[in-house]
Design a protein around this ligand. Sequence first.
Ligand SMILES: Cc1cc2nc3c(=O)[nH]c(=O)nc-3n(C[C@H](O)[C@H](O)[C@H](O)COP(=O)(O)OP(=O)(O)OC[C@H]3O[C@@H](n4cnc5c(N)ncnc54)[C@H](O)[C@@H]3O)c2cc1C
Length: 389
Amino acid sequence: MIGFDLTPEQKVLQEKARKFAKEVISPVAAKHDQEGTFPLEVMEKAHREGFFTPLVPKQHGGQGLGVLDNCIMSEELAAGCMGMYVSIFVSTLALYPIIRFGTEEQKERFLKPFCSKFSIASYCLSELTVGSDPASMKTTAVLDGNHYVLNGTKMWITNGGYADFYLVFATTDPQKKHKGIISLIVSSSLEGVSHGEPIDKMGQRASNTTAVTFKNVRVPTDNLLGGEGEGFKKAMAALDITRPMIAIGAVGIARTAMELASQYAMKRVQFGVPIARHQAIQFMLADMAKDIEAARLLVYKAAWLADQGIRNSKEASIAKAFAADMAMRVTTDAVQIYGGMGYTKWHPVEKLMRDAKVIQIYEGSAQVMRMVIARQLLLETEKRMASSS
Ligand SMILES: Cc1cc2nc3c(=O)[nH]c(=O)nc-3n(C[C@H](O)[C@H](O)[C@H](O)COP(=O)(O)OP(=O)(O)OC[C@H]3O[C@@H](n4cnc5c(N)ncnc54)[C@H](O)[C@@H]3O)c2cc1C
């Protein structure tokens, strides 16, 4: 009924991503973290390898992979640097709604060129005053003939300064809350589109994060994804697919932290023996190993459900919440095992701890994930109670 062997194709994919992380990402990770600069050359290479377009069907020029395949590959990239991985990943966040809900004409117009030459796409949902509650968004889209006129500022946009196009969520009527939201594909070259300076972040500093402003931007109605009032559903559907992809990033970070911490523990001598011989250190390492394993399995299940076309909102949220908290614990303990050395920039574990923190915040915060899980759980309980009464 269940097997955990990777297929030969998945092993090839995993090895390809591992090699890329080792040879291309890791050597420049510390530099981009320290400088807070965007590794454009790494991104170009990653695009050439197909890491930007895993879910795009082959007929549109992409890799035609499933969500689980993609997660197996993504753990390796994130193990190299989560900041760079998130910049690679975010194009999938923007492209997935086009793959899933776009017309054939839109797929031809946006996916093909994206796959054939180096391109970046961003996902614009959040605003300065609107994060966990996107249905309250302020960005407006007003129909004017065969255009929507877009006005507003999106905040925290990953790759905001480099995107060729943005998937933008806006409201046609703020009174209608989520029912008024539409999604538009907006070229960054349109008049009235601008972005802010890179935001100086605590972690994932190799990813570019900016505000993006739309001022009277005329977007053709041909760029509307799905119908009016459908935007919110599309945003949420994309998150069910992409949350496992972020959760596996947390697994990648934690795995690197565990590997570094166990190597350090075998070398560092205190009280006449390597600290790895002290049981308190062994227990920290054991907790890392068990939690990483559990998180990976939760991600695989959520991804597998997505590949079967089975609704996975609860499982995706469980995987995301567990993996994010797990990565925070594991990286904090890795710093602990390094002692004073862990608290310096001489060793990479402090970067991993900073990189892990934001996974509890973006793509649905730790609290929002628990709201989704609880809502689903109570609905299931209600159904069970109704059927047994
Ligand atoms: C580095 C980075 C990259 C990002 N990239 C993108 C991107 O590419 N595109 C995009 O659209 N957005 C992006 N975001 C935005 C991200 O999705 C939001 O930061 C996130 O949704 C949280 O929103 P907020 O920051 O406004 O926090 P708020 O919503 O203000 O929440 C603040 C705190 O209150 C808690 N909270 C909120 N509501 C409740 C509640 N009902 N019950 C209990 N607790 C609650 C939250 O969990 C959080 O702890 C990014 C953010 C960061 C930091």
